[in-house]
Design a binder for this molecule. Structure first.
Ligand SMILES: [Zn+2]
Length: 256
């Protein structure tokens, strides 16, 4: 295990149900199996239980499996022994990555409870992706799927030549849902990443799926639109029995 103490930076060893460094800083493992490496956490950050539940329900419908398969294919293109998933959520993608030693970081305890309970192949820790509890140049690959881009930390923890995979929404991602919600739906804007890493590959992958009423509402709950949509507009969506929806992602691969 490569996790580092967030206070002094020394290696952590798992002793009984704690992660402990040589300076006797100690961090408890939750019963689900993740460890909390945030030094102070006055309020619970990250996604709450309802959001985690909605996302888990939606992802289990299989509509984003093609994205998961694409990321796995990209990882396997080169030898990859160590990987960190930054903003791993409930581990839907992380759990399937074909890597011997992998780490998943997120600010949401609720998401990590689910991740650690269902996936024993990954070290899960509560940590900020902008302050990773990992040594320099220790990872063959980093992945960020629908989370902010932490350039400096990614370049710090990647080995020289290591790869970074970044997934974000493509212009027409969930466009039919936006058409149902808004009078003037807009396309997502894809910005180039501001980084010194070399872009190796960039592609848009798209697949349509049919969402039944429950899947549709679960999907809506996990989008940012849930915070900025008027009640009467949500009503319009809630009346749909089912809808054909475009899932479309930009997948980019960089080399440190
Ligand atoms: Zn320490």
């Amino acid at each position: 295990m490569k996790l580092r103490c967030p206070i002094c930076g020394k290696p952590l060893d798992k002793i009984n149900r704690s992660a402990v460094c040589e300076n006797r800083h100690s961090f408890d493992y939750a019963k689900q199996g993740y460890v909390n490496l945030l030094i102070r956490q006055s309020v619970d950050h990250g996604d709450n239980k309802a959001m985690v539940q909605a996302r888990t329900n939606f992802l289990h419908s299989g509509s984003y499996d093609f994205l998961r398969n694409t990321i796995c294919d990209m990882i396997q293109k080169e030898p990859c022994d160590t990987l960190a998933d930054l903003g791993c959520g409930e581990g839907y993608y992380t759990s399937s990555f074909p890597v011997r030693e992998k780490y998943g970081f997120d600010m949401s305890k609720e998401a990590l409870k689910y991740a650690a309970r269902t996936d024993h192949s990954t070290h899960y820790a509560v940590a900020s992706i902008f302050h990773l509890p990992l040594p320099d140049a220790s990872m063959d690959a980093c992945v960020t799927c629908f989370a902010p881009f932490a350039d400096a930390e990614i370049q710090r923890v990647l080995k020289p030549g290591g790869r970074f995979i970044f997934v974000s929404p493509a212009p027409y991602h969930l466009f039919e849902m936006k058409q149902a919600l808004y009078e003037h739906p807009y396309e997502n804007i894809v910005e180039p990443l501001d980084t010194t890493m070399e872009l190796l590959d960039e592609r848009i992958i798209t697949q349509k799926f049919t969402a039944d009423h429950n899947t549709l509402m679960a999907l809506f709950e996990m989008t940012p639109y849930v915070h900025r949509t008027k009640k009467e507009d949500i009503e319009r969506l809630a009346q749909k029995e089912s809808m054909e929806i475009t899932a479309s992602f930009v997948v980019r691969v960089y080399r440190r």
